[in-house]
Ligand binder design. Sequence first.
Ligand code: ADP
Ligand code: ZN
Length: 721
Amino acid sequence: MQRVRLLVFNAALGALDYRVPDGMAVEPGSVVIAPLGPRQVFGIVWEPERLGGTAVADAKLRPLLEALPVAPLAAPLRRLIEWTADYYCAPIASVARMALGSMAALKGGGTTTEYRLTGAEPTRLTPQRAVALEALAGEQATIRELAEKAGVSEGVLRGMVGTGLLEPVAVDLDRPYPTARADFAAPDLSADQQAAAEAFVAAVREGGFQPFLLDGVTGSGKTECYFEAVAAALALGKQVLVLLPEIALTENFLRRFEHRFGVPPVLWHSSLKSSERRRAWRAIVSGDAQVVVGARSALFLPYARLGLIIVDEAHEVSFKQDDGVRYNARDVAVIRARFEAAPVILASATPALESMQLAEAGVYRKIALPARFGGAELPAIEILDLRAEQPERGRWLAPRLVRELKDRLLKGEQSLLFLNRRGYAPLTLCRHCGYRFQCPNCTAWLVEHRLSRRLACHHCGHEVPVPDKCPECGTPDCLVPCGPGVERIADEVSELFPEARVAVVTSDTLNSPGKVMEFVEAAENKLIDVIVGTQLVTKGYHFPELTLVGVVDADLGLEGGDLRAGERTYQQIAQVAGRAGRGEKPGEVLIQTRHPTAPVIAALASGDRDAFYEAETQSRRDAGAPPFGRWAAIIVSSEDEAEAREAARALGGTRPNLPDVAILGPAPAPMALLRGRYRYRLLIIARRSAEVQRVIREWISPLRFPPGVRIGVDIDPYSFV
Ligand code: ADP
Ligand code: ZN
């Protein structure tokens, strides 16, 4: 009799043993369906000795129900899943689930049915149907997806199928992707670019694990360099994974990729419709997907022949996932490359301190591109001391910045104003009684959005219409916005320069690939004079006519003072500054601040990047902070305040006492209430040599908490709220 151990997709159960029925063939990595009580579960056959769990007597084993028609997960991916679960103290089932990104794809290929408008004239138009007709023009997807898109019920759409307004379309899930051509449009590289490209190409051809840090200033043409490595992988028939920090950046990337290789790459992100997800997943598993571009969730997919991984904008904080499995895709990408025996390139103009440190230590090979491509100069950076140069009352732009904006408008050049705050104003209060609008579910103010006329919580999504009187004292017309968001800055620009064409660029306005394309085209065709944007617009874009960048409030990111506040501020401002002067005309950057002597601001002004990294490195070393020490956070939460407090106290009370590990807290989290859960935090500060994960596991696993309590472990935390 053949018995197997399964990793079942249930975080609480983990490993279970089964019998393989006669005639079924499975091996480690096979994806199967197994009985569990009266239900059925997905599972992956695993090497028993690697999973733990207790062996059940042969006689008690139940047989597997079905082996699914997909290739087994290969050993390197199984090792990656184990590593990730182990390092981030996460349930291995939760990590494995990320590899099977599309559960529907497991059932096999073939066809699926989508629906689209027929174009027929409706005879009887209910309001719901009118909404659907309007919203679904040009769309094709499943009934459920269309219903979500249109904001109507599935029943309404089924009715429309019945009356011939919508028609079914058979979609082939296995239709091939067009073939990318390595030599479609190879560029002439500069000498620096050529040297970088040769190093990457050699690594791809040799195969084997080799991590690179591509450290190139903004506009140096990093993309062109790593495209050469992509070309080399294509020529060898290997697959390439390119990770980008945000979906908003993919549109831009797609265009450049298509220029270079003749066809778009295969996309992977959370808002793909289900048929595209199934198609992409199957092509990834079969090896037919040559180049996959995606957000961090693309990292764990079962590539058949992975030959190269690229992490672009590798310093970006959004590579860190902050719920569920709290992993850092940048770091796991390097580990995956190691298990797959493939090169990995981390590309950035402002590498994370951790990456710089690893390059210095010789772990990563550093490739530098110190100059912009085509002889463009880096922009001149100047500080505007807001204490000396005050904006007018009720305004946020200093006179000097206003003069420069005017100058660019007269010359027909573009400007970009950066403020990392969505909406109109971060706080709204009642002039009469002082009432402040606060989120009922979070420790946060509601942010006014004038474009949508709502007050919104940026943490949980809670929204209310802006009321016309104070909910506390009932006084009409007494609400005042406090502080600026991008919408308010845009208003200010429009008041100063009524003829200027102003675009607000945030995740609220660029919330679909179509909107991103519209924006890029409008900016390229000079239909926009002033862009007012959040961090979304700081990277990736290349607008040759953009010659002025104004940083509205450089001090914003330094508030709160978490571990990476200085580094993050440096990166954000250096990146946004990098949008200026990328074409023939030189760029200028004005940074508004009240702390011109703060080390970050001073380093930006003097362009002394090395000095900044050195100072930051020194202070982290002194504090025993990462990368010199190991940090971990534990977040205890519950919907019940007393229960959360009690659980945190119980956890704190059993803390281990070890010489190389300090455990701080528990203390109420800065966001003491988040999405309706009360939160407490503990911070673990350990020497590099300490086995933090083992310490945490041995500490937490024997403890029992009420079912409403959640204990989240965050290794190498980026968020401290
Ligand atoms: P980075 O990503 O380093 O900021 P980009 O890759 O965006 O820089 O390159 C800046 C601009 O220069 C882009 O428009 C790019 O197409 C162009 N460019 C870079 N290298 C070359 C090259 N070798 N030939 C032609 N254009 C190039
Ligand atoms: Zn909220």
